[in-house]
Every structure is written in C-alpha cells, then in structure tokens.
Design a protein around this ligand. Structure first.
Ligand SMILES: C[S@@+](CC[C@H](N)C(=O)[O-])C[C@H]1O[C@@H](n2cnc3c(N)ncnc32)[C@H](O)[C@@H]1O
Length: 278
C-alpha cells in the first residue's frame, strides 16, 4: 500500500515552534530554517518506526540533531545512523563552526566534536566515520533516508547502490537536501530517471525535495537511475524534462542555472569543481 502524503501539501513542519528546537540550536548546521523544522517534523510526526533513519553527510551532526530531537520527543525506538568523513578544512571550520560558536581547535578531525555535540541523543544515534563509498548497509529497512553527500555523480550512484534497495516501498521517504543546488545537476536527473520508483512529495526551501519510494528498488531501477555515465547532452536533456516539476514549485530558474552550469563546465561531474557561470 502507498502511504498518503497529502499532508505534505500544507507544509505542516512550518508550524513547529523554535522552542521545540531549542536544545539543538547549539549544534551548527548548514540547513535553512524551514529544512531544520522539516527534519524535526519528519521524525516527530511522520515516521512510524518501521525502519532506520539514515543521515548521509551530517557534517558535525546539525541535521542529525534535528532528526534526533524530533525522534526523542515522539519516543521513537528505531536507530538513527549518521555518516560523514568527519573532517573539515580551516576555511570550513572558520565559516561553519567558529562563526557559529564552536571553540577553535587544531587539525581537521571533527569526529569527537560531533560526538560531544550529539551527546544529548547519544543513545539513539550511531556514527559511521569515513567515506560512504567504503561502507555497506546491513541495518535492515530504512524508513527515512536523508541525502546531503551526493557531491559527485559517482557518489550519487554509489549511494543509490548501497541504500536504495533497503527502502520500504510505499512507506519510505528520501530527502534530497541538495536537489536544487546549482552545482549538483545529477541529483534532479537521478530522481527523474527513477520516476517509476519514486514520487515527488514536497519542496522545502532552500534546496530540499522529498520523495516517496513507491516500488522496490532492484537492479533494473539502479541501472535506469545511473547518472555517472551520462554525457553533457543527456544531462541537459534530462534537466529539460525536470522543468515541469520544478515549475510546479516555482523553481524553474534553478534548473536553468543548472543547465548553464553544465554548459560552462563540460564533462565535470564533481560539485566543488563546477565554476559558477553567473
Ligand atoms: C553540506 S555538508 C552536510 C551538512 C549537514 N547535513 C548539516 O546539517 O549541517 C555535506 C557533508 O557531506 C560529507 N560528505 C560528502 N561526501 C561524502 C562521502 N563520500 N563520504 C562521507 N561523507 C561525505 C562532507 O564531509 C560534509 O560534511
């Protein structure tokens, strides 16, 4: 059975008061305000404890803390798994940590900082340190899969191969946190190629789009959804096909920007190597 997602149409997470997120404010995040509330709402109101919550690309745990706070408030019992390399360079430390109240520290390791920041929810979170491409998932069904690590086309395919077949058809959500990020055009293309297996549910500013998994992901799906081997023409063509969906959320210009980015960066499939055409 396919779960009814009409509730998402009214963006109910917007009604979550900041007071409920008070405890997480000390954990730095790159998420926009609406996205923070969405994450809290998803674990407090939406999930039914039928599988794990998996957060791919948690940085120092900002997204994980918002998920965990909602999870805790609703007394959920499933486990939250957060993955990252847990490394930050000096520029990222300055911009994303020190400016947000974290004390300065030497070196690039952020694992122990993350452990400290997530300590209030320690009993419900498991941290997985290292490259996601070196990991495998053997934690059973996944009810909520949050993606913020698909920074290259190959990683996007690798994440699908490792995690998508564990989604529960008709029930599980995939949250594509970078869906509208101009540097990562393979994300909307991947979800478009997988439209027989996923149905778009909602857009949450700044960049997030939520999908419901509707059919079991198998090898046919993984082959259909592969973005690593697409040439620029194919990428541009599929981005054109994404436009009606983007238009439905008034985000069409963001797809135009992605197309300009692909044109200005021929063959580039890694986000941080994409130059801004504007
Ligand atoms: C934009 S940040 C995540 C922000 C986070 N979700 C938050 O709420 O603040 C992206 C993260 O993905 C991680 N990442 C990217 N590719 C990865 C990979 N292949 N394996 C592990 N982590 C990866 C980076 O280390 C980085 O911390």
């Amino acid at each position: 059975m396919i779960r009814d997602t009409s509730e998402f149409n009214s963006a109910p997470w917007r009604k979550i008061g900041w007071d409920r997120l008070q405890q997480v404010r000390s954990v730095p995040t790159m998420l926009a305000g609406a996205e923070q509330k969405l994450y809290y709402w998803l674990t407090s109101e939406w999930t039914r404890d039928i599988g794990a919550v998996v957060d791919l690309g948690c940085f120092v745990g900002g997204s994980t803390a918002r998920l965990a706070a909602g999870h805790q408030s609703a007394g959920k019992r499933s486990w939250i798994h957060a993955y990252d390399r847990f490394k930050a360079d000096e520029r990222t430390k300055k911009n994303e940590l020190y400016r947000k109240g974290i004390a300065t520290f030497k070196g690039e390791n952020t694992y122990w900082l993350t452990r400290d920041l997530l300590e209030p929810w320690d009993e419900r979170i498991s941290l997985h340190r290292g490259d996601i491409m070196d990991k495998r998932w053997d934690g059973g069904p996944i009810e909520l899969l949050i993606l913020d690590a698909a920074k290259s086309a190959d990683t996007t395919d690798g994440i699908a191969e490792r995690f998508f077949s564990h989604l529960v058809p008709g029930q599980s959500l995939v949250v594509q946190q970078d869906y509208f990020h101009w540097r990562l055009p393979w994300i909307p293309v991947q979800m478009h190629l997988l439209s027989d297996w996923f149905q778009p549910v909602a857009f949450c500013p700044d960049d997030t789009v939520i999908f419901l998994n509707t059919r079991q992901i198998d090898d046919t799906a993984l082959t259909a959804g592969r973005v690593g081997g697409l040439d620029d023409d194919a990428l541009l063509r599929h981005l054109t096909e994404v436009q009606p969906l983007a238009r439905s959320w008034r985000q069409r210009r963001r797809i135009y920007r992605m197309k300009r980015t692909v044109e200005a960066n021929p063959g580039v499939r890694t986000g941080h190597l994409m130059n801004d055409p504007d």
